[in-house]
Design a protein around this ligand. Structure first.
Ligand SMILES: *Cc1c(COP(=O)(O)O)cnc(C)c1O
Length: 393
C-alpha cells in the first residue's frame, strides 16, 4: 500500500509465466499489435504510434526526451515535485537549454503560470509530470495542450503515477508525447513503459532517425543531427513496432505479456470504471486517515486519487511505525523524499490494491500501530470513516 511499486493483479503474474516465443513469431507480433490497440484505449488516443519501451518508466521518459529534443533546443520544465527534477535532468543530458519554474511542494501550477513561462522562454518542448508521487499532486493538463498548440510548443507529460487511476485524455488534451510505467495504477511489475506519440511528434523523431536518412554506418558528418541514443531512438523503435518490423532490440516478451494483461484488466472492467474505483478507494483512504485524527499534506483539490501523504503525528517514530506495519501486519506503506522526509508517510491505493478490503485492513493496522507508539487515536475511527465512504459511492 505504498506509492509504488504495488502488488500486481494476479492475472498479470500468471501472464508473465506464459511460454516465450521468437521475436518474429506471428503470435509475438500479433500480441504486440493487440497491446498497441489496448493502450490506445488506456491513453484515450488514436495515435498509431502507441507502443512499449523496454525498461522502467524512466526508459520511456528518456526515450521521449532524447528523441524529441535536439541539442540546443529550449525545454521548459515546470517542477512541482521530485520527478520534475528528473525530467529537467534528463533534458539537460540531451543537451537541451533547460528552463524550469517551480512551485511549492503540495501545490500545482495554474495554467496562467505555464503560459507566462512559455511566453518568456519560447521553448520547443514543454515537459511536465502529470501526477508526482513525491507530493501526491495531480497537475491539471486539460488546457495545456491548447496552450502549446497556440505557441507551437511540443507537449510531453510523464503520466507514470497517474495513468489508469486518474483521468487522462491524450487526444482531447492535445498531448504530443506521454509515457508511463506498469507499477502504479496499471497494476503490474516495473520494467515496461507504455508510450504514445502524436503525428507531430512522430514526424520529428523520424526526421532525426538514421533509418529515415538511409544512413546506418557510423562516421557520417551530420551525425549530431541524429538521436544520441541507439536504445532510445524512437524512430528506430517505431520501425520495429510498425509494419516494417525492422530489427532493433529483442522485445522483452514476459514484460510484453504483463503490459498486455494490465491493459486487458482495464478493458474488461472498463476504463472509466477503473478510474472511478481508484477515486472511491482514494477518497475512502483519505476519509479513513482523517477519521484517525491524522492531518494530510498538500492541496486536496489537486490530490491524485491513488496516493495520500499523511503527516506523522508528533512523538511517533515514522520509520519504526512503518516497520511495524510491514513486520506485524504484512502491509507496506511509503516513506517520503526531500522536504517531506520524516514528515509524512505516503499510502497508496493503486491497481489491484484499490479495493475495500485493502483500505480497511490498512487503516485497522495503522490504528493499532499508532496506539502502540503512544498516539491517541479514535477506536475504529479509520475503518468506519472509510467504510462510510465506500457505502456512499
Ligand atoms: C514512480 C514514478 C516514476 C518511476 O520511474 P521508474 O523508472 O519506473 O522507477 C517516474 N515518474 C513518476 C512521475 C513516478 O511517479
Amino acid at each position: 500500500m505504498g506509492p509504488g511499486p504495488i502488488s500486481a493483479y494476479p492475472s498479470v503474474l500468471r501472464a508473465m509465466s506464459a511460454p516465450l516465443v521468437g521475436q518474429y513469431d506471428p503470435y509475438m507480433t500479433a500480441v504486440m499489435n493487440e497491446t498497441q490497440e489496448l493502450y490506445r484505449s488506456v491513453w484515450a488516443t488514436r495515435n498509431e504510434a502507441t507502443l512499449l519501451i523496454d525498461g522502467t518508466s524512466r526508459a520511456g521518459i528518456e526515450a521521449a526526451i532524447v528523441s524529441l529534443v535536439r541539442p540546443g533546443d529550449r525545454v521548459l520544465v515546470p517542477i512541482f515535485g521530485r520527478f520534475g527534477h528528473l525530467l529537467a535532468e534528463i533534458a539537460e543530458r540531451a543537451h537541451a537549454a533547460v528552463h524550469t519554474i517551480e512551485t511549492d511542494w503540495g501545490q500545482v501550477f495554474p495554467v496562467s503560470a505555464i503560459e507566462e513561462a512559455i511566453l518568456r522562454v519560447k521553448p520547443a518542448l514543454l515537459a511536465i509530470v502529470q501526477g508526482d508521487t513525491s507530493t501526491t499532486m495531480n497537475q491539471p493538463l486539460d488546457e495545456i495542450g491548447a496552450l502549446c498548440a497556440k505557441y507551437g510548443v511540443l507537449f510531453y507529460t510523464d503520466a507514470t503515477a497517474s495513468l489508469g487511476g486518474n483521468a487522462f485524455e491524450a487526444d482531447a488534451w492535445g498531448v504530443d508525447a506521454a509515457t508511463a510505467g506498469l507499477q502504479k495504477c496499471l497494476g503490474g511489475p516495473s520494467g515496461s513503459s507504455p508510450i504514445t506519440l502524436s503525428d507531430r511528434a512522430v514526424k520529428l523523431v523520424r526526421s532525426r532517425s538514421r533509418i529515415e536518412a538511409g544512413i546506418r554506418e557510423p562516421g557520417d558528418k551530420n551525425s549530431a543531427h541524429f538521436v544520441r541514443s541507439n536504445y532510445f531512438d524512437l524512430g528506430m523503435i517505431l520501425e520495429y513496432w510498425g509494419p516494417r518490423r525492422l530489427n532493433h532490440h529483442t522485445e522483452a516478451t514476459s514484460m510484453l505479456y504483463a503490459a498486455r494483461e494490465c491493459a486487458r484488466v482495464i478493458a474488461l472492467e472498463g476504463r472509466d470504471a477503473v478510474i472511478e474505483r481508484h477515486r472511491i478507494a482514494g477518497a475512502a483512504m483519505l476519509a479513513g486517515v482523517r477519521g484517525l485524527g491524522l492531518r494530510v499534506f498538500g492541496d486536496m483539490a489537486h490530490k491524485m486519487s491513488n496516493v495520500v501523504a499523511v503527516e506523522i503525528p508528533d512523538g511517533v517514530p515514522g520509520d519504526a511505525a512503518r516497520a511495524a506495519m510491514l513486520n506485524d501486519f504484512g502491509i507496506e506503506i511509503g516513506t517520503s523524499f526531500g522536504p517531506l522526509h520524516g514528515r509524512v508517510w505516503r499510502i497508496g491505493t493503486m491497481g489491484f490494491n484499490a479495493r475495500l478490503d485493502t483500505v480497511l485492513t490498512t487503516l485497522v493496522a495503522l490504528e493499532s500501530v499508532l496506539r502502540r507508539f503512544g498516539a491517541s487515536v479514535p477506536v475504529g475511527g479509520g475503518a468506519d470513516a472509510a467504510a462510510d465512504e465506500f457505502r456512499r459511492a
